[in-house]
Write a protein that binds this ligand. Structure first.
Ligand code: ADP
Ligand code: MG
Length: 338
């Protein structure tokens, strides 16, 4: 008898879930990204007990057709790409068709959705198995509820229960997505209290004020720099206000929040001697570029990406930060780390 066996689908999904949905905040990130990919202009997130009791996300995007309901929780099932040509120029945040399969395999999920060209449905899915598919409400958009996360993966459940910082991570996820999408109104409620709220009127400075307060928004200098390959826009904050870590350097590429050591370093170098030792700048930059020149398929959560012409981009950012700061009179008041 052969020793090698193909694992059953439910077990395959559970194993894969370990990569994509490490903790409640990663579930929130995936679900909010799906709402944005559906062109939502309003996204509301309700979290109970740091996501361990429930995560509910309501969007006003285009919704899901009822015909597609059976595929929603299938692995590698996506509406976003069809071939490898698409894969190498992804504009959407998702494309792998993995998130819902992973989340659905380690939780009790209920999704209610309505797309105008189809009829509304409500689907419940428990631990990788479809429980029920019924009619839903006629409200365009999607309402997804995740309960009992990791109930069937005991080690993960134990690990996640010990996380003290999860609420903070969820606030961070929503804040970063909101900054990358000033045209979407976000609201995050944690155990009934509103923690993040943005208006979605497209004004990034207002989003910065809504999330980080007026002081930082007032000290934000508009940043605009365009070359043949890159169009970089956003704000960099006057060096009088700084932070003791790099977490306040926000960078997105084509509105996807990313982490890139080289870009952060280029921004820091642009401030050079204007910052005290061990202090880091606050910045909010989006880089628009041809999606063919950035590979987003290199990291499980797509936080890290590979950029062609990255050296040129680093030099450009450093020089542009220097020039932008030079054009600004320094303000005397000093407020490091509020
Ligand atoms: P991906 O985002 O990589 O396509 P997901 O597993 O996150 O994969 O979602 C699977 C599919 O379900 C998506 O391609 C999309 O068609 C649909 N979907 C999920 N969430 C939403 C939503 N909030 N609004 C509309 N469609 C959605
Ligand atoms: Mg997705």
């Amino acid at each position: 008898m052969s020793k090698i066996k193909v694992l059953d689908k439910i077990l395959q999904d559970k194993i894969a879930a370990g990569e994509v949905v490490e903790r409640p905040s990663s579930v929130v990130k995936e679900l909010v990204e799906n709402a944005i990919d559906a062109d939502a202009s309003d996204v509301t997130v309700y979290i109970e007990e740091s996501g361990m009791k429930s995560i509910r996300i309501i969007d006003d995007g285009h919704g899901i057709r009822k015909e597609d309901a059976p595929l929603v929780f299938e692995r590698h099932a996506t509406s976003k790409i069809e071939n490898d040509y698409d894969l190498f120029q992804v504009r959407q945040l998702g494309f792998r068709g993995e998130a819902l399969a992973s989340i659905g395999s380690v939780s009790h999920a209920t999704i209610e959705s309505f797309n105008r060209e189809s009829s509304p449905f409500k689907l419940t899915y428990h631990g990788g198995e479809q429980i029920e598919l019924t009619d839903g409400k006629e409200r365009v958009g999607t309402d997804i509820l995740i309960e009992n996360l990791f109930y069937n993966t005991p080690a993960r459940l134990k690990y996640v229960r010990h996380l003290k910082t999860e609420a903070g991570k969820i606030i961070d996820v929503i804040s970063r997505v909101a900054i990358a999408h000033p045209n979407v109104a976000f609201k995050l409620e944690l155990d009934g209290s509103t923690r993040v709220q943005t208006k979605g009127n497209g004004n990034l400075k207002e989003v910065i004020a809504d999330i980080y307060g007026l002081n930082i928004a007032k000290a934000a200098i508009p940043f605009e720099h365009e070359t043949q390959d890159f169009n970089i826009t956003g704000f960099i904050v006057k060096p009088e206000i700084s932070r003791s870590n790099k977490n306040y350097i926000h960078v997105s590429i084509n509105q996807r929040h990313i982490k890139n050591f080289g870009i952060s370093q280029a921004i820091i170098n642009g401030y050079h001697s204007l910052l005290p030792k061990d202090k880091y700048p606050i910045a909010f930059l989006n880089i628009d570029m041809d999606p063919k020149l950035v590979d987003v398929n290199v990291h499980p959560t797509k936080l890290e990406v590979r950029i062609s012409k990255d050296r040129a981009l680093f030099v450009l950012i450093e020089e542009a930060v220097k020039a932008t700061l030079r054009g600004t009179p320094l303000i005397p008041e000093i407020t490091h780390d509020e």
